[in-house]
Design a binder for this molecule. Structure first.
Ligand code: FEO
Ligand code: CA
Ligand code: CA
Ligand code: CA
Length: 600
């Protein structure tokens, strides 16, 4: 890994080499510590984690499973006190419970309820540790949100017939959030979180006979008989045949106000319903806010929401209430990407076309605005609840699994990770196009765009990921013999200098996943460097990159183990311990004990 003479602020570290260590590996000169792990106390009365003696009462007070998004909200100017907001995406019961206690065919009610409590989100207060990391403390702010916490459904589809259930005839009160993947901290200090693969929790879609309902369920991946986790045995709302609309109450962007532990979290119907990977808010020059969100499925779409109202400055409770309302009324769009090179030059090989870039222009196609639908044959409520079907009808561009999308605070451009799509170009499936330029895309790519008008943008592919030695990879034009290999980009973040940070999930190159930095401007645009690797089987999530701290969520360490009887990772506790999903802080060793700036 050679480094050219110039160094971009924020990325001056020696890259970590690809490896398969059962550890978080950071560059020379950096230190790390676990901030919080599955089972650690969040609320008063939380017992010490005991793998062999888990209870619902304990898990409801402890940090949940499979941390994904991490939001860090400073409570003072120095970042000495912070709120840490973390998602718990999903459970893997065969790893969570001792193999001699858990029968996958017949989970006990207690085990099912533990899994419910292990989902959702955690809010904890975290103090800056003088030695460098973050220390979670007991606090008034600490909160667990689980699969049974009450949420308010808001926006244009709230109260719709499509959202009413026997437990909630109003269609405005949903219980819980699940499969929360990436997210974002809003300019008003709340957290947005995307409900992603919600379909997997619902049973018996096969029992539905009505063709319209069947089509809707199938488009969202609801199929089959019993669910893998068998939750339907203990609450009929997970049974589509018994409670037809309950699944319509998931797949939304949720918003929680971590500053008020008693606030009712919200599901925003105006942002549409799909497998939301994330949602990030940006304030447009005219004061209206835009929210970008991807639908993480092969051949699904990228969406934008633009509010009707304007952002009110400040983080007072009053400003927050106003600003949260901005997500109730606006216009929902879906993206169409049009390439500028002759179609014949995009042959699926990943080789650049003759103009030297995968690039072009794009268009935001409106789907609905407030109570008005722009999609023939669908009401506005139907557009919001069955957004995928609406987008199918308007000719949106089928993407290679849109994951996290984030706006660069320095150059204003928007960056989306497209994690992979091995079905691209298969018989009967969409062929490669300039925005998704590889057939059988195993390693994913990263696309950037800038808005050029109310409904227009221009775009280019920044990275075509994979082994830099392979002909089908592209690193923004940077010399490929100087970059770190990167595969399956998932979550994205920016540091204060505008460098893009990418965490990965599903590395196909034979080494562990990790976190990478890449400048997006100047001569080092495309210079991907690996900042850390995560343990065996883990996905790198989060991430948060501040001036002097990096946070990464290590999700599903040891994922490939057949069960907890044969763990393949013992991270972070070591010895013969079971692996535990955890949030890790990394900082630069400083002189005089004060942490140095990351990458400076
Ligand atoms: Fe949960 Fe799309 O990653
Ligand atoms: Ca081109
Ligand atoms: Ca993700
Ligand atoms: Ca993922």
């Amino acid at each position: 890994h050679g480094r050219p003479g110039r160094t971009v602020p924020g990325t001056d570290f020696e890259p970590v080499a690809p490896n398969t260590a059962d550890a978080v590996v950071v560059p020379e000169g950096y230190e790390q510590a676990v901030v919080i792990r599955w089972g650690d106390p969040v609320l008063p009365g939380a017992p010490r984690f005991d793998f062999r003696r888990q209870t619902v009462a304990a898990q409801e007070r402890q940090f949940g499973y499979n941390n994904d998004f991490v939001g860090l909200i400073p409570q003072d100017g120095l970042g000495l006190r912070n709120l840490l907001v973390v998602n718990h995406e999903y459970t893997t019961e065969t790893h969570m419970f001792p193999a001699d206690q858990y029968d996958p065919e017949n989970p006990t009610e207690e085990q099912v309820r533990i899994a419910w409590a292990a989902h959702g989100m955690s809010v904890v207060q975290a103090l800056r540790d003088p030695r460098g990391g973050l220390r979670v403390v007991p606090s008034w702010y600490n909160r667990r949100i689980t699969i049974t916490t009450e949420f308010e459904l808001r926006g244009p589809a709230a109260g719709s017939d499509l959202l009413r259930t026997s437990a909630d005839p109003t269609g405005r009160k949903a219980l819980g959030t699940q499969n929360n993947c990436a997210g974002g901290v809003t300019p008003w200090g709340t957290v947005l979180s995307g409900e992603e693969n919600f379909n997997q929790y619902f049973a018996n879609a096969d029992a539905v006979t009505d063709p319209v309902r069947r089509e809707r369920l199938a488009r969202y991946g609801l199929r089959g008989g019993g669910s893998r986790r068998r939750w339907e045995r203990f609450d009929p709302r997970w049974d589509v045949a018994k409670e037809p609309n309950e699944s319509n109450r998931f797949g939304w962007v949720v918003e929680i106000d971590p500053h008020d532990p008693h606030s009712t979290p919200v599901k925003h119907t105006a942002l549409g319903r799909f497998k939301h990977e994330a949602a990030n808010v940006t304030i447009q020059p005219d004061g209206r806010v835009a929210v970008y969100s991807g639908d993480d499925e092969r051949f699904d779409y990228i969406y934008k929401y633009v509010s009707k109202g304007r952002y009110k400055k400040g983080t007072s409770a009053r400003a927050r209430r106003h600003n949260m309302g901005l997500l109730d009324d606006g216009t929902l769009y879906v993206a169409r990407f049009t390439g500028n090179s002759p179609a014949g030059e995009i042959d699926g090989s990943g080789r650049l076309p003759s103009d030297g870039e995968f690039d072009g222009t794009g268009e935001w196609i409106p789907l609905a605005s407030g109570n008005r639908s722009f999609v023939d044959g669908m009401s506005a409520e139907e557009v919001y609840v069955f957004t995928r079907l609406a987008a199918d009808r308007v000719g949106a561009t089928k993407m290679d699994r849109p994951e996290d999308i984030e706006v660069n605070p320095v150059n204003g451009r928007i960056y989306a990770a497209l994690t992979n799509n091995t079905d691209r170009g298969k018989a009967g499936k969409a062929a490669a196009d300039e925005a998704n330029p590889r057939t059988g895309n195993r390693n994913g790519h990263v696309i950037e765009w800038e808005e050029t008008g109310e409904t227009t943008f221009s775009w280019r592919v920044l990275l075509v990921c994979g082994d830099p030695a392979a002909a089908d990879t592209y690193f923004g034009g940077f010399p490929k013999d100087q970059v770190s290999p990167i595969s399956c980009p998932d979550n994205v973040a920016f540091d204060g200098y505008g460098n893009l940070w990418i965490s990965t999930d599903g590395n196909t190159l034979g080494s562990n996943d990790g976190l990478f930095s890449v400048p997006v401007e100047g001569p080092e645009r495309g210079h991907v460097k690996q900042f850390l690797t995560v343990p065996i089987g883990a996905e790198a999530c989060g991430p948060v990159v501040t001036e002097d701290l990096v946070l990464v969520a290590v999700q599903h360490p040891g994922e490939d183990a057949p069960s907890s009887a044969e763990p393949v990772s013992h991270w972070p506790d070591g010895g013969d311990a079971q692996p535990r999903p955890s949030v890790v802080a990394v900082w630069k060793k400083g002189r005089f004990g004060r942490p140095g700036k990351i990458g400076r």
